[in-house]
Design a protein around this ligand. Structure first.
Ligand code: SAH
Length: 244
């Protein structure tokens, strides 16, 4: 008995890997958060679909094991990559109680990489990925990681930059970064990556601090070398270009 934990990428069918698509075709039942189950319904044929609400992650995992125990091939779907703020780790934790069931994780394109491609090439050098959600992580830890990443001049990709309950978190994060980084630091954000209404914006850190974004947005903060070329956000790798 096996459960496949599948990262479906940011949304569009084209961003699904071939391996993920094959696993979806081969399964009997698809389980996931309502929005993602609806996304895959469009392209994975006649399956049993079980959607569970947000914030019921442990129940969702147990559900997956219960279905697998019935002898069904289960696919648990997550957006982006299942191992990036997704359910892969939790599946292994809950799975300790189900040693007879094998777990396979199939990687997907995470929002940082899909969003980076929309913005140009903001993550060509060392980068850190930080989630601003304090639902499961104390804010002090998030703040310490923001400081450390800013001090070390990493490019930073911010997940969960905002939500209805967490308005003002992006502002707080930018204020911390501004203690170490120039206000002119090149930044960007992408909303609805690979989905209807995709929108990208390139701006400076001093403008980003006063910008409101929603929870379907991934934010990018450049390093000291990040620049704008043809309206795109580019972090150089450091190559010398002869004749320029
Ligand atoms: N497992 C997912 C991340 C889940 S955390 C992944 O690997 O991409 C949820 C956060 O991811 C959102 O708040 C947002 O910051 C980012 N995100 C996920 N999908 C996105 C999309 N299509 N467009 C923009 N941001 C997205």
């Amino acid at each position: 008995m096996k459960i496949t934990v599948i990262g479906i990428g940011p949304g569009a069918y084209e961003n699904l890997t071939i391996k993920a698509e094959r696993a979806l075709q081969a399964c009997d039942v698809v389980i996931g958060y309502t929005v993602y189950v609806d996304l895959v319904k469009g392209y994975c044929g006649d399956k049993e679909f079980l959607s569970t609400p947000m914030k019921q992650e442990v129940d969702r995992c147990r559900r997956a094991f219960a279905e697998a125990k019935k002898g069904k091939k289960v696919a648990l779907v997550c957006s982006g990559d299942a191992g990036v703020y997704g359910m892969a780790g939790l599946m292994y934790e809950v799975g300790e109680a189900y040693p007879e069931i094998e777990i396979e994780v199939i990687p997907g394109i995470t929002a940082a990489l899909a969003g980076a491609a929309v913005l140009g090439a903001p993550l060509t050098h060392d980068f850190a990925v930080i989630s601003l959600s304090d639902l499961l992580t104390p804010w002090e830890t998030i703040e310490a990681r923001l400081r450390a990443a800013a001090q070390a001049d990493f490019c930073i990709s911010l997940y969960n930059p905002s939500s209805r309950k967490r308005k003002g978190y992006l502002k707080k994060a930018c204020e911390i970064l501004l203690a170490y980084k120039s206000p002119k630091t090149v930044c960007g954000y992408v909303k609805n990556i690979g989905r209807e209404g995709e929108k990208m914006v390139v701006l400076s850190l001093e403008v980003l601090v006063d910008t409101e974004v929603d929870m379907f947005t991934t934010v990018f903060i450049g390093n000291a070398s990040t620049k704008v070329i043809a309206g795109k956000m580019i972090t150089p790798r450091g190559y010398r270009i002869e004749g320029m």
